[in-house]
Design a protein around this ligand. Structure first.
Ligand code: PLP
Length: 383
């Protein structure tokens, strides 16, 4: 299936997933093989030689990811960070500069600050919702990309993708968008002017908290070819079973996201009225500073909700320790609801830095359980 004029859910279920030509298997098989028999020297069947370079299960996932992001080329990796590292080293050279979000995902920040910097890449962290600061950070000819995330983790700040794309292109730089939090169902960065989308497929795309993976989707064939070369040359690919699990998750992305959003909206309304909560952070709220931009570029506002507890860190930690259905765990985007205290869990490494998060902050990854059960769990935990 190559047509791109199908609806999102049709692409998620069918793109890259034609029935297996040999057996008719409706689901792409797990090609758990490292190498492939060749009919003669230099004549591999169907072009497959070795599974780092190519594997039919991974290809199925990659084609599907390209289709649902509206891109020219999809590439799958062993993790989100493996995808990010491959992208950085495919596009940047020592001496180059990158603009990153002031509140980047912790692992992304660490990749820039502790790994890429040693390799000669410099970076400036700025709040991406302030375009004047983004422009001021630009070093024409040296800055090779703006790296954006929207919504961000865990404060759910919003960046204007179209505006950042315009700015990046003025300086012949690329706009990279980490679309992990929104998922392509809710937000299509390439259509808004981004050059490449990054995913931790570990989150909503996989959707079941059972596989770690990453992806890049390029808007152009040229960038797609460069990234594909580096995927093979650097070798951070995912295995066939992981690719298969991720593809199985992607099929239901649309229905899952609708339910994540429904449940999150109910929980946001509940939390706003609760005396134990001082503030609710959700881009769907009129009071959220990024609401207008979010409403312009997102279909709905997602399943991630953060709130600040009345009573400071002690109360926030107590709430996290008391939930029963909301599992106390890092990560996000799975069907089961999770709760965490960013200050002492996902964002502990940011303590004392510009990325430090408020101590009374609680983050929810709202799952797709029966919402009344989730509300009852929060009710007993908030006390
Ligand atoms: C989890 C995450 C990553 C990193 O992905 P891994 O699969 O854990 O390597 C990158 N960006 C965001 C926004 C994430 O949530």
């Amino acid at each position: 299936m190559t047509a791109y004029d199908y609806g999102f859910d049709t692409l998620a279920i069918h793109a890259g997933q034609d029935p297996d030509p040999r057996t008719g298997a409706v689901v792409p098989p797990i090609y758990q093989t490292s190498t492939y028999a060749q009919d003669a020297v230099g004549a591999p069947r169907l072009g497959y030689e070795y599974s780092r370079s190519g594997n039919p299960t991974r290809d199925a996932l990659q084609e599907c990811l390209a289709a649902i992001e509206g891109g020219r080329r999809g590439l799958a990796f062993a993790s989100g960070l493996a995808a990010e590292d491959t992208l950085l080293r495919a596009v940047c050279r020592p001496g180059d500069h990158v603009v990153i979000p002031g509140d980047a995902y912790g692992g992304t920040y660490r990749l820039f600050a502790k790994v890429a910097e040693n390799w000669g890449l410099s970076w400036t962290a700025v709040p991406l919702d302030d375009l004047d600061q983004v422009r001021a950070a630009f070093r024409p000819g040296v800055t090779k990309m703006i790296w954006a995330e929207t919504p961000t983790n865990p404060l759910l700040n919003i960046a204007d993708i179209a505006a950042l794309g315009g700015l990046a292109h003025e300086y012949d730089a690329l706009l990279v968008v980490d679309n992990t939090f929104a998922s392509p169902y809710l937000q299509q960065p390439l259509a808004l002017g981004a050059d490449v989308v990054v995913h931790s497929t570990t989150k909503y795309l996989g959707g079941h908290s059972d596989v770690v993976g990453g992806a890049l989707v390029a808007a152009s064939d040229e960038l797609g070819d460069t990234l594909a070369f580096h995927q093979n040359a650097m070798g951070a690919v995912n295995g066939p079973f992981d690719a298969w699990l991720t593809l199985r998750g992607v099929k239901t992305l649309g229905v899952r996201m609708e339910r994540h959003c429904d449940n999150a909206e109910r929980i946001v309304s509940y939390l706003r009225e609760h005396r134990a909560v001082s503030d609710v952070l959700y881009p769907g709220l009129d009071s959220h500073p990024g609401h207008e931009v979010a409403a312009k570029q997102m279909q709905r506002f997602g399943g991630m909700v953060s709130f600040r507890a009345n009573g400071g860190m002690e109360k926030a930690v107590e709430i996290c320790n008391r939930t029963k259905l909301f599992v106390l765990a890092e990560s996000l985007g799975g069907i089961e609801s999770l709760i965490e205290h960013p200050g002492q869990m996902t964002h502990l490494s940011a303590a004392g830095s510009a990325l430090e998060v408020p101590a009374d902050l609680v983050r929810l990854s709202v799952g797709i359980e029966t919402v009344d059960d989730l509300l009852a769990d929060l009710e007993q935990a908030l006390g």
